[in-house]
Design a protein around this ligand. Structure first.
Ligand code: NAD
Length: 286
């Protein structure tokens, strides 16, 4: 029997959860978004309003009030039992902390119907690290989105050895149905495809500039001209925001810590955090 996904619940309505909920609802699915309390739900509602404005400006077919209707059509709740009681698919986008994920899956496993598929959007935790908390290893996998899902629309699908191939296929089809380009991983890999490529590139770029070999502009120019890529690594870092790589590097090895200090002394402490703050490696006008 094929698996039918129509009702989708998103857990956590922060940066990524709000985007996943919005994109799914925009694509015609029935969406419930869960967060922990009224303040978080108020923030969610504000995020949906902002996303409606972004979609109206940037996404084909979002005009004529469709994006506003999408925002209004998402059910918001802080009651986990109610959020998941009839879900075909739950997409988890709670904070990247194993203890929070564990607590979430242990509760979820008891509250959701047997048929419900659970997908984690975790960037750095392998699904194998969480599968034992779910109580349904065959119906659990990773579905990993990129920030700004409406334009950077990859969805990496990665199961554990226990994931049922039919469940995997249903989630690949779902990703395509919400306008994503599904990227199928055959085995678990920290960083999936995207970050396995991107992180070494960004680190190599920072290494070149922090050690005085070449200016960020020269590094970016090289990458753009010689490979035909539209952006260089420092332009990408400005989009990501410098605090994310800082937080990763500062917890890494000696070289990582050195790069973190370089980022901090030359950029972060000077308020240069990337596009969001108006300046990072480059200056941006509002
Ligand atoms: P975020 O901090 O913006 O949002 C987390 C949300 O979860 C908040 O709304 C918070 O109120 C809520 N929350 C806190 N505790 C909770 C709980 N116990 N149950 C349910 N909700 C809870 O985080 P984010 O950047 O959206 O990241 C969420 C997940 O998505 C992480 O696993 C992260 O690795 C992944 N991810 C993030 C990005 C990114 O660019 N930010 C990209 C891809 C994947």
């Amino acid at each position: 029997m094929s698996i039918d996904i129509r009702k989708v619940t998103v857990l956590g309505t922060g940066v990524l959860g709000s985007q996943i909920a919005f994109q799914t609802a925009f694509s015609g699915f029935e969406v419930t978004a869960y967060d922990i309390n009224d303040d978080a739900l108020k923030a969610a509602s504000e995020r949906f309003t902002k996303l409606a404005a972004v979609y109206t400006g940037e996404v084909d077919g979002a005009g004529d009030g469709k994006a506003d209707k999408t925002a209004a059509g998402i059910t918001l709740t802080s009651d986990l039992a109610q959020a998941v009681r009839d879900a075909d698919l739950v997409i988890e986008a709670v904070p990247e902390v194993l203890a929070i994920k564990q607590d979430t899956y242990e509760k979820l496993g008891k509250l959701a119907p047997e048929r419900t598929i659970f997908a984690t959007n975790s960037s750095t935790l392998l699904p194998s690290a969480m599968v034992d908390f779910t109580g349904r290893p065959d119906r659990f996998l990773a579905l990993h989105f990129a920030n700004q899902v409406w334009k950077f629309n990859t969805a990496e699908v990665m199961g554990t050895p226990a994931t049922d191939p039919k469940v995997y296929r249903a989630v690949v089809d779902f990703a395509a149905a919400i306008g994503m380009v599904p990227i199928e991983l055959h085995r678990e890999k920290a960083g999936y495809v995207l970050n396995s490529l991107l992180v070494p590139l960004l680190n190599a770029a920072m290494d070149l500039s922090a050690n005085g070999y070449a200016e960020p502009e020269a590094v970016d120019k090289t990458w753009r001209i010689a490979t035909g890529a539209p952006m260089g690594p420092f332009q990408i870092l400005d989009i990501i925001g410098l605090t994310t790589p800082y937080n990763i590097l500062v917890n890494g090895d000696e070289n990582g810590k050195k790069l973190a200090k370089w980022l901090q002394d030359n950029y972060i402490d000077k308020g240069k955090l990337g596009i969001a703050s108006g300046e990072g490696f480059y200056k941006y006008s509002a």
